[in-house]
Design a protein around this ligand. Structure first.
Ligand code: DC
Length: 208
């Protein structure tokens, strides 16, 4: 079974993907980390984020098991990841890794922006998780404050809107709800309610 989960930043898709993977005993890949890992390596070497040749080289040597979520979750890495994510040939390289991961038994949950449309178009179940920009900015601000980081709601909201625009307006594999994806709007939901709603969708899809 392959479950594809897409949606914008701070929609709750990462937490849902992890819990769904645990529930169904599937492997989980946060594909955002692959873009973040390439961006972080370019930043660390002081190289421009548009250097596609080097970015591809980094992607070819990427070890999915060694991606450090704690380091890669930094705000500036997310911003840089969104910039490298517009590079078409780099995406091809990363999509190859992601497809390999998905196709390894017993199946997997992948979350990202183009899982249902490009990486796993034949997934057993597709979810598109969304929430209003304000709800997402509130969650992201609270998460940053709880980690002892400085965060101001209005600038977090501006950043999210800018990232949404870049991720959904790029020409290659833009963030988009697949035609056969189930939409889950978590604006008015806490994570427990959203998880139950996601499981209900998966169970119904499995029976049909
Ligand atoms: O989900 P995230 O915030 O970790 O993703 C960081 C960036 O990576 C995001 O702004 C766009 C890009 N990305 C992508 O283009 N395709 C994916 N499948 C996952 C992430």
């Amino acid at each position: 079974m392959i479950i594809a989960i897409d949606g914008p930043a701070a929609s709750g898709k990462g937490t849902l993907a992890r819990r769904i993977a645990e529930t169904y005993e599937l492997r989980h890949l946060d594909t955002g980390l692959t873009y973040r890992a390439v961006a972080a390596a370019l930043l660390a070497q002081g190289l421009p984020l548009g250097d596609e040749k080097i970015a591809i080289e980094i992607a070819r040597n990427l070890d999915l098991a060694k991606m450090d979520k704690a380091v890669l979750s930094a705000h500036e890495v997310g911003e840089a990841a969104s910039r490298v994510a517009v590079l078409g040939a780099l995406r091809e390289e990363l999509v190859r890794l992601q497809k390999d991961f998905a196709q390894t038994p017993p199946g997997a949950v992948l979350d990202g922006r183009d899982i249902g449309t490009v990486v796993c178009p034949d997934a057993s179940v597709k979810l598109f998780i969304t929430a209003s920009p304000e709800a997402r900015a509130r969650r992201r601000t609270a998460e940053m404050v709880s980690k002892g980081q400085e965060a101001e709601f209005s600038s977090v909201l501006d950043d999210l809107k800018r990232r949404d625009a870049r991720d959904s307006e790029r020409t290659v594999a833009p963030m988009k709800q697949a035609a056969d994806a189930h939409l889950l709007d978590t604006t008015e939901m806490d994570i427990e309610t959203a998880f139950q709603a996601a499981v209900d969708i998966i169970e119904t899809a499995r029976k049909s």
